[in-house]
Design a protein around this ligand. Structure first.
Ligand SMILES: Nc1ncnc2c1ncn2[C@@H]1O[C@H](COP(=O)(O)OP(=O)(O)OP(=O)(O)O)[C@@H](O)[C@H]1O
Length: 846
């Protein structure tokens, strides 16, 4: 991408050379005009015409005899080198001394070994007489600004720039400037002739006329003296500071730069290309790594940093870095990555979805393995203790038992190590899952303004709420709606799942397409495939024409699978196939139909519990739970009741063509105290009834006609302890539930060791098994409390019971078996031995 962007930026340069050239030199021009003024070398004296000399000699070219006199005087004053810009392309006219002047001038310059003349092709007839030449060419950039002079001009003989020729002659050094083609000029001041503090010709002439040797020596001794006798040229050069100046002036600034040793370097093509490529590559990498606003922020900061770096390097090392190509290529990259992200966002989200699914499945497997290993570790610990105790009692079998104990210890260490590893893996998987979810929905705090805004947006979608939790859920759902992830809406009946499903569709890029809602519970089992996937004509009796199914109707749009928890297992696998492959066969068709549909599913059933109880396919559950939102029941957001009431009363009254009634305070309080098992739907129905049966404008409590046997929130039964309360077991159970039956975490919270917690849970499991008549599933549910950790408890319970059975199996008599259990499970609280007793007797009776 960087390579492409640099190439494109270079190509753009040829398309808009003026803009690109100006941008490329922006740092250089800025630095030149804003830095402290560069000093003028004390070795340089420029003698230029001034108004007084123009009055004295006229504004035309000077008489060559006069020039010869000046050169001689300057030479006699001890000048190191003399530079002269004088055209020799024509003979002097009679009024300027004619041939005599020319002869004197030629004679003078022939005798001057340290003289440099400016080159002019038209000067050829007299050039052979000149001692040294320097060219006066300048490099004009595409934006018409002169920033450099060509380094060397190759004619028959190499001619250096005028300034460089003078410098070489004065310093007796042949060192060429560093850059290959052009030499950047570091202008003093604004780059004008005045900035070099020229000496007025009239003053010098006065000193020559007065034979003031002392003055002349003071001015010229050991100096490089440049005589500028010509009137200004018609085609001046434009300088970076905006001034216009003669090419000679540019060369004089070059000379001053060399004398003050303040060279500015620019880079060659290869180095510029490499820098541009490296910088653009870095920006591209940043944008692809940190997507979204953060990436853009870093990229913009990178652009600014590069601009500042270019200025810094110029100020510190007098090196000009390229600007135009790296900056424009970086912009190209920014646009390119934005486009790329846009184009690949679907694919990325699909991959993310796959990752999420894989991680969810892996996490479930690891969690299960962890539970098994944890329980196995506890069991081994118990066996080890029993083996130790037996070894202490029986001397003959000591050796044998010690070996068993050693083997158990080793196994225990292995299992504990595996448990630790499984724990680490689980933590890592959960972290990955978390960050994947966060990648889809980035959390952010909500302030009052945002809450108001969200409330407004909700209202436009028909959702009435002022509950912060629900608004936050809406905010997250809105973000998730943009991605093609499957959405699973959970919640009690009437909490607004369909309303939110429609909102997901309207907030998604598919909002312009079809939204198809299918109530899975209402689809007849026989017609399931035909309804969902369609059929072909004649595929069964009554199929008189081809018919498209719901999935096809929803193509490019959204399908809402309501009551997904009520789907039969065989239909679940059919649905799973469509979700995985995005294609299906119409009933009777031989070719598959492919569709592009966004899935939103909803249920009021506990699908996790369905998975653990086996009535809902785990793979389908993982497929559906791309983004899961749980809609809170109305009793958990009673603050919404007044706004819902206001909205519903207005709607209902409008439907009936009556003015909207109000609710009295006690009626409102009464509504707020209700249980609302049917949630918002029930509230609306209650109000519909009240409005239909009462024509008053103020509805009191009695108008609401809620039946007396309803539960109010205050009457709500407290979560009843599942088990009788034997000395703190309920508290332990609570703690276990809070810590998701993680023994280590529970032990830490209770300040116990893990095996004590294990013994308590084991006792509770045995007790629950007895109370549930040996029904494992029921007993596990009684311990787990709800479905969220049912699978974990089930695994533990089965393991505890399995271990108990393995202990009692060798015995024929219940008493002996119970005695062995007492010995083996000696850390089990005493009160639980009644349950062990009952379980042993039941098992042996079987
Ligand atoms: N927050 C809300 N604002 C306004 N109306 C709501 C809200 N929540 C639910 N409703 C209304 O309550 C009724 C039931 O909502 P909806 O059908 O979306 O619930 P549901 O959870 O899908 O129910 P079920 O599980 O029985 O299918 C609808 O008339 C809906 O408009």
């Amino acid at each position: 991408m960087a390579l492409l962007a640099v190439t494109l930026a270079a190509a753009l340069w040829t398309w808009a050379p003026v803009t690109f050239t100006a941008l490329d030199h922006a740092a250089y021009d800025f630095w030149l005009t804003h830095r402290a003024p560069r000093p003028v070398s004390s070795s340089l004296v420029i003698m230029a015409r001034d108004p007084a000399s123009d009055e004295l000699f006229g504004v035309e070219a000077l008489d060559r005899a006069l020039l010869a006199r000046l050169i001689t005087a300057i030479d006699e004053a001890g000048a190191a080198v003399i530079g002269l810009d004088h055209r020799l392309d024509h003979a002097s006219p009679a009024q300027s001394g004619g041939a005599a002047s020319d002869a004197l001038f030629i004679e003078t310059i022939k005798n001057q070994p340290a003289l440099v003349l400016t080159q002019s092709t038209a000067d050829q007839p007299l050039l052979s007489e000149a001692v040294q030449l320097g060219h006066l060419r300048i490099s004009t950039d595409a934006d018409h600004v002169v920033r450099a002079v060509p380094a060397e001009e190759n004619g028959l003989a190499a001619v250096p720039p005028f300034g460089l020729a003078l410098y070489r002659l004065a310093r007796r050094s042949g060192a060429p400037p560093a850059t290959p083609d052009t030499v950047l000029v570091d202008y003093a001041g604004d780059g004008s002739l005045q900035a070099l503090s020229p000496l007025p010709l009239s003053s010098v002439w006065a000193a020559v006329e007065a034979h003031d040797g002392e003055r002349l020596t003071e001015w010229f001794k050991d100096k490089i003296v440049v005589i500028v006798p010509q009137p200004p040229v018609a085609m001046p050069a434009l300088l970076p500071a905006g001034q216009a100046a003669a090419p000679l002036t540019v060369h004089l600034h070059l000379l001053n730069m060399l004398l003050t040793d303040s060279r500015v370097c620019s880079l060659g093509m290869v180095s510029r290309a490499l820098i541009s490529f490296a910088f653009t590559g870095l920006i591209a990498w940043t944008l692809l790594l940190a997507r979204g606003p953060l990436g853009w922020f870093i990229a913009m900061a990178g652009l600014l940093a590069y601009g500042s770096l270019a200025l810094g390097v110029l100020a510190a090392a007098h090196l000009v870095l390229p600007l135009a190509v790296p900056l424009s290529a970086a912009l190209v990259v920014m646009l390119g990555t934005a486009l790329w992200n846009q184009l690949t966002s679907h694919e990325r989200v699909r991959l993310m979805e796959q990752d999420m699914l894989r991680l969810q499945q892996e996490a479930a497997a690891v969690r299960e393995a962890l539970v098994l290993r944890e329980t196995r570790a506890d069991t081994l610990q118990e066996d080890l203790q029993a083996a130790r105790a037996a070894a202490a009692q029986s001397a003959e079998e000591q050796d044998e038992l010690m070996k068993t104990a050693d083997a158990l210890r080793r196994q225990l260490t292995d299992v504990q190590a595996q448990e630790e590893e499984a724990r680490g893996r689980l933590t890592e998987l959960e972290r990955q899952l978390q960050s994947l979810r966060a990648a889809v929905i980035e959390p952010a705090r909500l302030n009052d303004i945002e809450l108001d805004r969200l409330q407004d947006e909700c209202r436009q979608l028909g959702i009435v709420t002022q509950d912060t939790g629900l608004l936050r859920l809406y905010r997250d759902m809105k973000k998730g709606a943009r991605a093609p992830l499957t959405v699973l809406l959970l919640g009690e009946p009437g909490t607004g799942k369909e309303l939110f499903a429609r909102a997901v569709h309207r907030l998604s890029p598919r909002s312009g397409k079809t939204f198809i809602a299918v109530n899975m519970a209402a689809v007849s089992p026989e017609l399931f495939e035909s309804e969902l996937f369609g059929h072909t004509k004649g595929s069964f009796t009554g199929a008189t024409a081809d018919r498209r199914g719901y999935f096809e109707l929803a193509n490019h749009g959204t399908i809402f699978l309501d009551e997904i928890g009520d789907l039969r297992l065989d239909h679940q696998s059919k649905l799973l196939r469509v979700l995985q492959e995005k294609s299906f066969y119409r009933v009777g068709a031989t070719v598959p139909t492919t569709v592009d549909v966004r899935i939103v599913a909803a249920t009021n059933r506990d699908l996790q519990r369905g998975v653990s109880e086996g009535w809902f396919r785990e793979d389908l559950y993982f497929r559906l739970s791309g983004l899961v939102f749980r809609l809170p029941p109305l009793r958990e957001r009673t603050g919404d009741i007044p706004v819902l009431v206001e909205r519903f009363l207005a709607d209902i009254a409008a439907e009936m063509g009556r003015p909207a009634p109000k609710l009295s305070n006690d009626a409102m309080q009464f509504l707020e105290a209700q249980e609302w098992k049917g949630n918002v739907r029930e509230l609306r129905q209650c109000l519909e009834q009240a409005v239909a049966l009462n024509e008053t404008l103020l509805l009191g409590k009695e108008a609401l006609r809620l039946t007396g046997d309803r539960l109010t929130a205050g009457d709500r039964p407290k979560a009843s302890p599942l088990l009788p309360e034997p000395a703190g077991d309920a508290a332990v159970l609570d703690c276990l539930r809070q810590h998701e039956f993680d023994m280590q975490a529970t032990a830490k919270a209770l300040g116990w060791d893990r095996s004590t917690v294990t013994q308590r849970l084991k006792g509770l499991c045995f007790q629950a098994l007895v109370e549930c008549n040996g029904d494992h599933a029921k007993a596990a549910l009684a311990i787990a409390g709800d479905a969220s950790h049912l699978r974990t408890v089930e695994l533990k319970l089965m393991d505890y019971y399995g271990h108990l059975v393995s202990v009692i199996d060798p015995f024929k008599s219940a008493d002996e078996a119970i005695a062995e259990c007492r010995r083996r499970f000696k850390n089990l609280p005493d009160r639980h031995f009644a349950s062990v007793d009952a379980l042993v007797r039941r098992h042996l009776a079987k």
